[in-house]
Design a binder for this molecule. Structure first.
Ligand SMILES: [Zn+2]
Ligand SMILES: [Zn+2]
Length: 195
């Protein structure tokens, strides 16, 4: 079997996470995970079975993307096009999968990154539109959170997050939100009309 990214290189036998038999490229360090090997490895582990329960431990890992990550490739097993899905936020990378045979391709370092994020046990879920939507919403929230910290400073931002969480959980939390908004409306009106 040849490397999907560099067709002249032949893949060699390897192992991931001590028990998952894979094919590795000795040159680009990419990894081909045959569908059957992945399924049997996955079945021996607790793994999320729906996209909604696949909650990443972290949205981002420090990660140097392989120069071959964005290169389009064909399945080394059956020759179909490999589909890709985006993972990670500030340092995004793409995991590839063959929809014909179900095999998975990870470029150099991607498996370890998936493992750090806690996503390696349910890679097929990363390709669902549900996960993509959830993932974008999480990214958006994380960016908004960071912007709040940048503007308010960590201490006040933390109090805002704490308050938001408390109001979210409280059955009449919307009264608190309405109070804050009214209060803020009056405040901005005063600023606009100094006399
Ligand atoms: Zn290679
Ligand atoms: Zn295939």
């Amino acid at each position: 079997m040849q490397c999907p990214k560099e067709r002249k290189i032949t893949l060699i036998d390897g192992t991931l996470s001590e028990a998952l038999a894979v094919k590795q490229c000795p040159d680009c360090k990419g990894t081909w995970i045959p569908a059957e090997n992945y399924k049997s490895w996955q079945s021996k582990r607790s793994h999320p079975t729906t996209a909604a329960t696949l909650i990443p431990k972290t949205l981002d890992v420090e990660f140097v993307q392989s120069p071959l990550d964005t290169k389009a490739a064909l399945c080394p097993d059956c020759g179909s096009y490999l589909a890709r899905t985006k993972v990670g936020m500030k340092s995004p990378f793409y995991v590839e999968r063959c929809f014909s045979c179900g095999g998975i391709w990870c470029d150099r370092g991607e498996w370890d990154a998936l493992e750090t994020m806690g996503l390696h046990t349910a890679i097929e879920q990363l390709f669902s539109s549900e996960w993509q939507t959830l993932s974008r919403a999480r990214e958006h929230l994380a960016l908004e959170k960071q912007a709040t910290i940048d503007r308010l400073g960590a201490e006040l931002a933390d109090r805002v997050f704490e308050l938001a969480e408390a109001l979210e959980k409280h059955p009449s939390g919307d009264f608190g939100v309405a109070y804050l908004m009214r209060r803020f409306e009056n405040f901005t009106q005063e600023l606009k009309s100094p006399d």
